[in-house]
Design a protein around this ligand. Structure first.
Ligand SMILES: Nc1ncnc2c1ncn2[C@@H]1O[C@H](COP(=O)(O)OP(=O)(O)O)[C@@H](O)[C@H]1O
Ligand SMILES: [Mg+2]
Length: 224
């Protein structure tokens, strides 16, 4: 069985009187452990697609199955559990809490999930060590570089060992050297943990390193 399956997913937005159809008929199968790239011009619906996969938003038609379950048929509480335990998010602009330390940011999902703090800290330090950030665990986030912030966001996303990692242009705000470092670490951590990665990117070189590549254009997702 696929980990994630999208069947004829459609999504439009109403902007004033106008209806903008973003996803017309999107189909996708993602298997456990795969790295999948989604390319597409700005405004083509990449973020919309991730929002539907993570049940942050609902499709107008079609279905999203995670391990065979229709995620849009879950209750709100079940969807919150799904997002917390099954999905890890990484965003272009990190979305960290700048007043908290590196460690506190990484621990957040575990604290929300009410996990044992000692075990969470052990897990957080294991991830930070892989990311060469253990020496900065007690630093506040705001003086860190973009690459370091994105590494913190990666550790936070992976803390609870999600099966599915969604990365929305994670290197879009980084210089080429930092981007390379961050993506190498993200790939190696996902491989090590057996996480499945959906990587939204403008960067064709990065996309080439994924097993499958799709282009989102005019509301359709085509394998390329
Ligand atoms: N909440 C919303 N309301 C209205 N229009 C939206 C909303 N979210 C996205 N859009 C529009 O949908 C299109 C796709 O947006 P998005 O998924 O963010 O594209 P991408 O991530 O590929 O740049 C854009 O034209 C955008 O303006
Ligand atoms: Mg986007």
């Amino acid at each position: 069985m696929s980990l994630l399956s999208l069947k004829d997913v459609q999504k439009s937005y109403k902007v004033g009187e106008e209806v903008v159809c973003v996803l017309r008929q999107v189909n996708l199968e993602v298997y456990q452990g795969e790295k999948v790239a989604v390319l597409g011009p700005s405004g083509s619906g990449k973020t919309t697609l991730l929002n539907l996969i993570s049940a942050l938003d609902r499709p107008d038609a079609g279905k999203v199955f995670y391990l065979g379950k229709d995620v849009h048929a879950l209750t709100e509480d079940e969807q919150a559990e799904y997002r917390l335990h099954e999905v890890g998010f990484i965003f272009q602009f990190y979305h960290l809490l700048p007043e908290l330390t590196v460690l506190e940011n990484v621990l957040l999902p575990g604290i929300i999930a009410k996990k044992d703090l000692a075990a969470l800290k052990e897990r957080a330090f294991e991830l930070l060590a892989h990311l060469s950030l253990e020496g900065k665990a007690h630093y506040k986030v705001y003086p860190l570089s973009g690459g370091e912030r994105q590494k913190v966001a990666i550790a936070r996303a992976l803390l609870l060992k999600p099966k599915l990692v969604l990365a929305d242009e994670p290197t879009g705000n980084l210089d080429p050297h930092s981007a390379e470092t961050v993506i190498n670490l993200l790939f190696s951590l996902c491989e090590r943990e057996g996480s499945t990665l959906i990587l939204v990117t403008h960067n064709h070189e990065l996309a080439k390193r994924c097993e499958k590549r799709y282009l989102l254009r005019e509301g359709h997702l085509v394998e390329c």
